[in-house]
Design a protein around this ligand. Sequence first.
Ligand SMILES: [Zn+2]
Length: 163
Amino acid sequence: MKDIKYKIENGCWICISHYADKDGYFNVARNYKGKVYRKMHRYIYQTINNDLNHKDLILHKCNNSSCINPAHLEKGSHKENMKDRLAAGHYYNEYHPNTHINEDIAAIIKKKLNDGNTVIKVADSLNVSQYIVADIKRGRTWVRVKPKQEDSARLNVKRGEKE
Ligand SMILES: [Zn+2]
């Protein structure tokens, strides 16, 4: 049986030994206690927590469907899954009504946070809400955006009303 290998990206474990399907999930056929697990994250969850029914959904707290980090996996309902995906950035983009920033600003915020700036300082320097910066810091929004130096980004943010 093929070993599962992964690389770590922003705290997420991304499998590099198996191919992902079109939804970003890694597939693995593994036996655990007489049951076969096809999705790798389900297999990982079950082997770590020893508690999974076939009806249970395993959610990615990080919203990265390719992630197999056990700390990022939790059990939930389909309803919660859809709610989480909408709320936490899977479909987050600059048209989302609750965000006044675009991808460039998100990238700059990440860079500034990486450089060790506080949430308050970053929020002030870009004139955005501290909640937006805090969510990015926690990895809840703009998960796939890569950090970018401020002067290399287009500062074309369209600012909405203050929250
Ligand atoms: Zn993750």
